[in-house]
Structures are given as structure tokens and as C-alpha cells.
Design a protein around this ligand. Structure first.
Ligand code: EPS
Length: 391
């Protein structure tokens, strides 16, 4: 299964085409729209979220709410397009008063992308590098989530930190705290930390500055055996980390104990394998974060992401005007102060997509019941083997 997304931030719409979905999967826009709404929430977003009300439309690949096995085309209209019809027109000449973006923002794709494609107006870079694209990634990821959700996968995320403020919440408690996280304007389950984070965002905004943070993801119901130890590009840790690092603003991904494991001894890091009277083979800890040797081991997946502060600054850093060659402050345009809660929802969707792809690599078939039969046979087999671990 593969996907392609298209669309500029202030163009008419975002588009996604998924190829390789099995036939017979039940889909409706309600579940996808719910995820799109979750992505739009979060304290610290700028004026754009008041304009958009993201809704998905299906354009192909579906009949009477069931997939056909043909490419599924998804579209999300940009409401803001109405304000950009001239500046972002797909055909015709540029309007005479069009102002080019020529002062690249440090930390943004502006300079590197402008050099790569030889664009004079850096809008031609920022329109596509924008995190607006993550709306389509949430829609696409939700299709993957619906597919593997049938087989028991569940996704949880929370904001574990904003700037220097951290929330004393253990990822293991996330399933129980899911409702509280959902109600929080920062996806934070600790009310004291949440208050401090809200204040920190207000202060940064007043200073013309921005904030990043830490996101934690927990995925339960993951069967053992997804990914592969036999070849580097099929290792699930590499694939999940790569996919999550591709989310705009994400600068680090940890799996399980992550960087902390580097400072401890092997006896403190690895998870003992034990024989349980009723459950068979069990693990007494999950510091591996659910992946050993590039393969899921049946434990929950634990992932931790670092998001950098947004590079569009009301108090811009120094830059150079590419037209004049003179030093000048980086460009500023309407943006967000903090988008960490939205990125947490995006991370759930991106992880769901990657897991759906590897799920189909293992259990793939052309129609849904074919996949179910393969999954059932496999699960019965490994359950028998795990039960032999009984003392
Ligand atoms: C973004 C800048 C802002 C964000 C945008 C990402 O948009 P605008 O320039 O229109 O104010 O709001 O995020 C979204 C539009 C979204 O849907 O998440 C950027 O430069 O990355």
C-alpha cells in the first residue's frame, strides 16, 4: 500500500491518493472528520484554524461506503483559498501588486527549498513545506487506522512537555487517561502542568516567540511479528522513526527507553522473558517499547517525539534579503505560537499509516476477509507457541 499527497497550504485543496487498499473495507467520512477535528484543536494555534473546518470528501475508490480495491482519492478543501485566489492562482499571470517572499526564515525550508528549486519567490517553497499538509496525512492515516483498528490496534497520545514544562504522566497510564487528554486544550493529563504550559505559551506569544515540546505515543493491540529482522529497510523501528521524523517540526524520535538506555547497563535495560502459570510467555517490563530486532514483540509500542519551536517568528531572527543581498529580519506571516497538541494527533495518524502498511505486508490480500483469515491463522499459531511457555 502506498500514498501520495498533493496541495499547497493556500491552494484550493489538499489531495491524497491511496493505492493498495483491500476491497470490502467499510469507510465513512465521519470517522475521518473526527480525527481532522482533533488535529485542529489545541491552544497556541494562530488565526488560520478559525478559518478552516477540515472535512474529507471521497472522490474515487469507494462505493456504498465500501472500498473497491481501486485507488482511494481523498480531498480536503482549503477555506482560506478564497483569500488567496489571486496570489495562488493556478493559471494566468501573477497580479501586478504581488509581493514576493525574499527573506528566508531561519529554521524553515525557505532558503534550502528555494535554492533546490531555484525559486525567486519563497512562497513557492513555504506553500508546500507548510504543516497544512498534515491535514491530509491525518485523513490518510485514519484510513490505515480504521483498517488495523479491526484487528485490535488502539492509539493514544499526549503532550508530555511544552518548552521547559513537563507533565508527570506515565505513558503506561495513557489508555486510562484518554478521555482527560481529549478534554485538555494541550492534550495534557496533568492539570498543574497544563496550567504552567498555557502560561508559557501566552508568555512566548507576547514575546513574539514560539515553543516546541515532547509528544508520547502508545499503541496497544499490536501483534508480535510486524516488521522484519532480515533486512535493514524492513525493520519497523527504522520505518516508524523515519515516518514520524517526516512530520513537520519533528526533530527526534525515541522508541522505548531510547536515549536513556545508552546510559544504563544491559541488565537494567532489557525486558526479562518469563513463564506465567496462566498467560504463558510474558515480559516483566517494556523498556524496548514493543520492538526487538526491528520486529514487534507483542508489547505496546512506546514512542517519544521531540518537536522544535515553529520557525515563523513575530520577532524574527536575522536573515538576508535574497533580492538585495542585504541583511534583513526573516519574513513573518500569520502563524502558530505552538502546535505540539496538533502534532500529537498527526503522529498517531502517521504511525497508524506505517503500521497499516506493514500489517498488509504480513497479512495482505485483495479483500478484507482474505486478510482476516490469514491474521486468524497466524494469531492461533503464535498463541499456541506462547502458551507453551507455561511452567
Ligand atoms: C503553517 C502556518 C500556519 C498554520 C499552518 C502551518 O498557516 P497560515 O500561514 O495559513 O497562517 O496555521 O497550519 C495549518 C494551516 C494547518 O492546517 O495545520 C506553516 O507555515 O507550516
Amino acid at each position: 500500500m502506498r500514498v501520495l499527497t498533493g496541495g499547497e497550504s493556500h491552494g484550493p485543496c489538499l489531495t491524497g491518493i491511496i493505492e493498495g487498499l483491500p476491497a470490502g473495507l467499510e469507510l465513512d467520512s465521519t470517522a475521518i472528520n473526527k480525527q481532522l477535528e482533533r488535529r485542529q484543536k489545541g491552544y497556541g494555534r494562530g488565526g488560520r484554524m478559525a478559518i478552516e473546518k477540515d472535512r474529507v470528501e471521497f472522490l474515487s475508490g469507494l462505493r456504498f461506503n465500501r472500498t473497491l480495491g481501486s485507488p482511494l482519492t481523498l480531498q480536503i478543501k482549503n477555506r482560506d483559498w478564497d483569500n488567496w485566489r489571486e496570489a495562488m492562482a493556478l493559471e494566468g499571470a501573477p497580479p501586478p501588486d504581488l509581493e514576493a517572499v525574499t527573506r528566508p526564515r531561519p529554521g524553515h525550508a525557505d532558503l534550502a527549498g528555494g535554492l533546490k528549486y531555484n525559486h525567486r519567490d519563497l512562497r513557492q517553497v513555504l506553500e508546500r513545506s507548510s504543516a497544512r499538509e498534515t491535514a491530509m496525512r491525518v485523513a490518510v492515516g485514519t484510513v490505515g487506522r480504521i483498517l488495523i483498528g479491526r484487528f485490535g490496534f488502539k492509539f493514544y497520545s499526549h503532550v508530555a512537555g511544552i518548552g521547559t514544562i513537563t507533565a508527570p504522566v506515565s505513558p503506561a497510564d495513557l489508555p486510562a487517561l484518554a478521555e482527560q487528554v481529549e478534554q485538555s486544550p494541550l492534550r495534557c493529563a496533568d492539570s498543574r502542568a497544563e496550567k504552567a504550559m498555557l502560561d508559557e505559551i501566552d508568555r512566548a506569544g507576547k514575546d513574539g516567540d514560539t515553543l516546541g515540546g515532547i509528544i508520547e505515543l502508545v499503541i496497544t493491540g499490536v501483534p508480535a511479528g510486524l516488521g522484519s529482522h532480515v533486512h535493514w529497510d524492513r525493520r519497523l523501528d527504522g520505518r516508524l522513526a523515519g515516518a514520524l521524523m517526516s512530520v513537520q517540526g519533528i526533530k527526534g524520535v525515541e522508541i522505548g527507553a531510547g536515549f536513556k538506555a545508552a546510559c544504563q547497563r544491559g541488565t537494567q535495560v532489557h525486558d526479562p522473558i518469563m513463564g506465567h502459570r496462566e498467560k504463558g510467555i510474558v515480559r516483566s517490563a517494556n523498556r524496548a517499547g514493543g520492538i526487538e530486532g526491528g520486529v514487534t514483540n507483542g508489547e505496546a509500542l512506546l514512542l517519544r517525539l521531540a518537536m522544535k519551536p515553529i520557525p515563523t517568528l513575530a520577532r524574527p531572527l536575522s536573515s538576508v534579503d535574497l533580492e538585495t543581498g542585504q541583511e534583513a529580519p526573516g519574513a513573518f506571516e500569520r502563524s502558530d505560537v505552538c502546535a505540539v497538541p496538533s502534532a500529537a494527533v498527526v503522529a498517531e495518524a502517521v504511525a497508524a499509516w506505517e503500521l497499516a502498511v506493514v500489517f498488509l505486508e504480513k497479512f495482505g490480500g485483495d479483500w478484507i476477509e482474505e486478510i482476516e483469515a490469514s491474521f486468524q491463522y497466524y494469531m492461533e499459531t503464535i498463541t499456541r507457541r506462547l502458551n507453551k511457555g507455561q511452567p
